[in-house]
Design a protein around this ligand. Sequence first.
Ligand code: ATP
Ligand code: MG
Length: 582
Amino acid sequence: MSEAAPEGTDRPDVAKHDFIRQIVRDDLASGKHAAIRTRFPPEPNGYLHIGHAKAICLDFGIAAEFGGRCNLRFDDTNPAREDPEYVAAIQEDVRWLGFEWASLRHASDYFEVFYLAAEKLVRQGDAFVCDLSADEVREYRGTLTEPGRDSPYRGRSVEENLDLFRRMRAGEFADGARTLRAKIDMASGNITMRDPAIYRIKKVAHQNTGDAWPIYPMYDFAHSLSDAIEGITHSLCTLEFEDRRPLYDWCVEKVDLAGNPVLLQPLLDRGFPLEAARPRQIEFSRLNFNFLVMSKRKLLALVEDGLVDGWDDPRMPTLQGIRRRGYTPSALRLMVDRVGVSKQNSLLDISVLEGALRDDLDARAPRRMAVLEPLKVVLCNLPEGHQETLSFANHPKDASQGTRELPFSRDLWIEREDFAEVPPPGFKRLTPGGDVRLRGAGIIHCDEAVRDAAGNVVELRCTLDPESRPGMEGANRKVKGTIHWVDARRAVPAEIRLYDRLFTVPDPDSEGDGKSYRDHLNPDSRRTVHGYVEPAAAGAAPEQAFQFERNGYFVADRRDHRAGAPVFNRSVTLRDTWTQKG
Ligand code: ATP
Ligand code: MG
């Protein structure tokens, strides 16, 4: 199931050897390219998601590893669905992942060049204006087993085509009335090559160019030429574009920007550098995880229907969502390295993603104590008003993280589930008449469980064994369990959001049984509890991650956390509890 490359490594200093990097290495060694250029080309029609993290890490990461440059280019040729809100969020996300673009571009910067390139195709007899309606085009296209038929407009003269195309550009015709089509081969075994449209009429305002254009280039034409304009050497994209590679190459060759720099004049006039070169498209497998949906359309529906609290809801697979959940850029880069690069599409287990976060945070996140569902413990043999501070290491495996002070007094909070009146078999924690170790403080004995009028246990009256305190003779006395705690007098009340998977089934996208992903939402994907955190956690900056001992990895919420009113999100549990649920 996993596509991890055998040579995959978690160490960034060890060279990676996937097939894309091998191509790049060969091209540099042979002198085909003196330096490489890549680009990350999102369409600003939604927020980036975990899948995009893979493309970003490859596009930017490979450029950086080989001393090249990577552009961020907004592929904004579809004006109806695009929005400046997405443009801003995408830039923030790329930077958050730790990358910086050599140059920020928009495909719409190149509209004038695309137009001149299309006129060139018309003059060469490689494109024609077609009056077939969308339905007719479909009818003429043929199928996988049957060739298509030539459009009746295919034989128009160059002069007529040029005149009609200029009038399309002038806004003379209605939306959809005509298209400009490449003249390739209606009998091609590759349907993409059957005279594909390269321009359509669409009188919609564009987020970058406003009302300047009543016609817009189609994806394949705009994308290939944008790569050529920017001198992209290795144009990395996902496997679904494999069939379109011949069309990509056709556009690049027929227009030949590198050989016709006059076409680039509108850009040179605006101060863009002359960089044109012949790009090569290379496809890699998409990143997909079970238990997630990643299509922008479905994510938008979750937001619009109020099934989540916006694009940055910590349960969303958007980069904004997982960031708020507590995912770190280094965990995502680690995940992408572990997954590797191949041409084999597969559905990865979500544990690969969660495991990368655990490993990243285990190594780096300071340890803290927090009690999520508190039960009061009173150490009756300590005097009223007793207070002390205990010193704890911030990280068990990283002494450079230093130590912190924890307050300790007669009144403590422990986790309600660490006490059982009638212990189930194998229970190792506190029971009436039993002993347990309080992490770093000593061993307590439970003398009495105090109840409220309704019969609920509200307080445990305990004795602290003075001989078991740290540094004392009896400190190593064996007891079955160790539990965490916080000082009830100085711990800070905190809101703690316990997030879990948004969907309960591995394949929420499968539409069998007449069900859709909406029918598989996990009703327990968020539970909010009110607990207590030690003072050193409360004062954290937003986005600071901690391991709350025995409870999991948590992050101070990016939006809502304040030192006086802490809010923590559970990023991931300490272990994979789903495989145990079976
Ligand atoms: P979606 O299908 O979710 O709407 P998209 O492919 O339309 O996404 P784009 O904005 O066009 O999104 O994607 C920008 C780049 O990110 C493209 O090069 C695309 O191939 C890549 N990409 C998108 N989704 C994934 C994924 N799941 N895994 C790897 N790369 C991806
Ligand atoms: Mg796309």
